[in-house]
Design a protein around this ligand. Sequence first.
Ligand code: WQD
Length: 339
Amino acid sequence: MHILVTGGAGYIGTHTCIALIEAGHSVVVLDNFSNSHPEALKRVEQICQRPVPFYEGDAGDADTLKYIFSQHHIDGVIHFAGSKAVGESVEKPMLYYRNNVTASQTLIETMNDAGVHTLVFSSSATVYGDPQSVPIFEDFPLGPTNPYGRSKLMVEQIIQDFCQASGAFSGIILRYFNPVGAHDSGKIGEDPNGIPNNLMPFIAQVAVGKRETLSVFGSDYPTADGTGVRDYIHVCDLADGHVKALETLHGQPGSHIFNLGTGNGISVLEMVNAYASASEQPVPYQLVARRPGDVACCYANSDHAKKVLGWEAKHDLHSMVSSSWHWQSGNPDGYQSGK
Ligand code: WQD
């Protein structure tokens, strides 16, 4: 299949482009490089040993999308492009609703007008909010607690309503838990702008000496060691989930929702210790107050994806932290500095 990947120069986007190409598909990338780097696409071309056509632009720009659809026969779209920082979404909600909701609506309408009827949407476990229990199933109550999570849920609802009305559109909603790790080449990886919001890139930057110490947000949660527990999933497993979703559900009208997680909960301190062990670098940390909005524990049940898509996560914690270190140690300043 020929797939348009919006946000394809980003962390999950680059890994998914590689997985698609290695599965025999072809990709076209659309990215505005607001939270990614053109060098990342060059690395994808090096890894895949083939050119990756790309367009610089916004995923919500109808004219750009129409042009791409006129130049390429596209079978489906994977939509990664969007804003994704929880804290920033609280400060700038209208930016998040414009970038995530309005843009997605424009994409869906433009796709449909061009006869492209398969969409894979990058959603998030954040739509569950503070879960009633764990593991989390797809039919759990949805209760996002910030504009980022609410924007993701709004797009899910737009997709479901459009699929219902269209009768010919396949909307595949993938709810990611916590993506981490990197491609085993060490050529691509997570390279957030500025101070990392997320745990893994922050730990990686401490290990490589770019940052002094990690602040552990909360040590009084009702968990085994008092720190937050999450379902960390290797980004290559996540990428594989997108390929399987497209190959299974392309041309199957309706909306389909899947959790993509490992089903295992890992605490902050377990992650710190695993990283220090794999990198053989100290990861100094300090226990500080909880971060507002954080939940104690969140991990997935992904049986639905296993049953319908034949997908399950295969990489273990050591693979997650060692692949992250391979990327970070080879690219201390991300794509600005890599070899
Ligand atoms: C994980 C754990 C923190 C940083 C968010 C979004 C989710 C997805 C992933 C986009 C928590 C603790 C973190 C730090 C810490 N984003 N932590 N010190 O909050 O589970 O999920 O990012 O798709 O949608 O909601 O991920 O990595 O920020 O936090 O102690 O410097 O690490 O308290 O327990 P989170 P995270």
